[in-house]
Design a protein around this ligand. Structure first.
Ligand SMILES: [Zn+2]
Length: 334
């Protein structure tokens, strides 16, 4: 088969996302303006039981700071951000708490922001990635669950245990560390990985060195991603990435013809969650040299123009419905 869905949208080599646990209103002080400056969207993980309230959770370093309310979260969504469920209580989730922490919390957030919540994000630590919790998250139709494991997410993986890189001033003992704005980037470039950074609320100084970075460290990180990533990095909100990832994994391709006159395919999905709101996929296709001169292709008989990415290779991003017809052939060469 001459056609292949790219690992990531637009044929990008690696992906960068960043999440802010708790969704505190003080993100407005530095983080949001820095994001706007660099054109990179962020993502907040919201504690549903404290929406809009002054934080008051056990020994939290962030007690006394205010969580965003529905209106403030909607403003973030309007500038391209996303919102996840960071549980109802931020406690360790036992079996008997699942309905409150996963279902009710999600319903309350969805109501407040007037859009769907697709991610569960484990509060505290990976204890909240236990099997009973992940099973319930799957049952409830979440598309992914975010952990606190510092690793890449890879295109070939199932991605319900989503890794996140701590963007913190220093790691907890005994692994003391220095802030590294390059963290995992070379790794992501080599392995076509998806980095998701996480921190809480960068201010002049980190609120807690093991839980956060400073605003200048955040700036350095985004500068480094943009500088090293150039046009190879897809900076995207996690929802958009998981939609793409799931579409790629559930794509069904039927070859209609691959000959001198045409290369045509019927595309659809098998077993794709109906929660997936965006169904665009980027393809690369090997074609005869002559077809690159006027690289036209047809989606359900509507002509579009492909990009020539390498000799004999075209790239296009297409919205796939059920039984979408994609056809390539010689364009007008004179
Ligand atoms: Zn948290």
């Amino acid at each position: 088969m001459n056609i292949k869905a790219c690992d990531w949208k637009y044929g990008k080599k690696w992906v960068y996302s960043i999440t802010y646990d708790e969704g505190l209103v003080d993100l407005n002080k530095f983080a949001i303006p820095i994001h706007e400056e660099f054109g990179v969207p962020g993502h907040v993980e919201v504690v549903a039981g404290q929406l809009g309230e002054i934080r008051n959770l056990g020994q939290s370093s962030y007690n006394g700071m205010r969580h965003m309310n529905g209106k403030e979260l909607k403003e973030l969504i309007d500038i391209g951000w996303g919102v996840g469920n960071h549980s109802w209580s931020h406690e360790i989730i036992e079996e008997n708490m699942l309905d409150k922490e996963l279902r009710e919390a999600r319903d309350v957030i969805e109501e407040a922001i007037d859009s769907k919540v697709h991610f569960y994000c484990a509060p505290g630590n990976n204890i909240n990635m236990a099997d009973h919790i992940l099973d319930e998250a799957r049952n409830l139709g979440y598309l992914g669950a975010m952990s606190l494991t510092d690793a890449l997410n890879r295109p070939g993986e199932e991605l319900f245990w989503i890794n996140r890189t701590a963007l913190h001033d220093q790691f907890y003992e005994p692994f003391f560390s220095e802030f590294d704005p390059f963290r995992n980037i070379a790794h992501a470039e080599k392995q076509n990985g998806w980095i998701i950074d996480y921190c809480h609320c960068p201010l002049e100084e980190p609120v807690h060195p093991n839980k956060d970075c400073s605003e200048s460290q955040l700036r350095q990180r985004l500068e480094t991603v943009i500088e090293l990533g150039g046009s190879e990095v897809w900076c995207a909100v996690p929802e958009e990435v998981i939609f793409y990832h799931l579409c790629r994994r559930h794509l069904k391709t039927e070859v209609v013809a691959e000959n001198d006159e045409q290369q045509s395919y019927i595309l659809g999905f098998q077993g794709l969650s109906n929660q997936v709101e965006n169904r665009d996929l980027t393809f690369e296709i090997i074609v005869p040299t002559g077809w690159c001169r006027s690289p036209v292709y047809w989606v359900d008989e509507t002509p579009c123009l492909a990009e020539v990415v390498r000799p004999n290779t075209l790239r296009c991003t297409v919205t796939i419905k059920q039984d979408t017809k994609l056809r390539f052939g010689p364009g007008k060469n004179s």
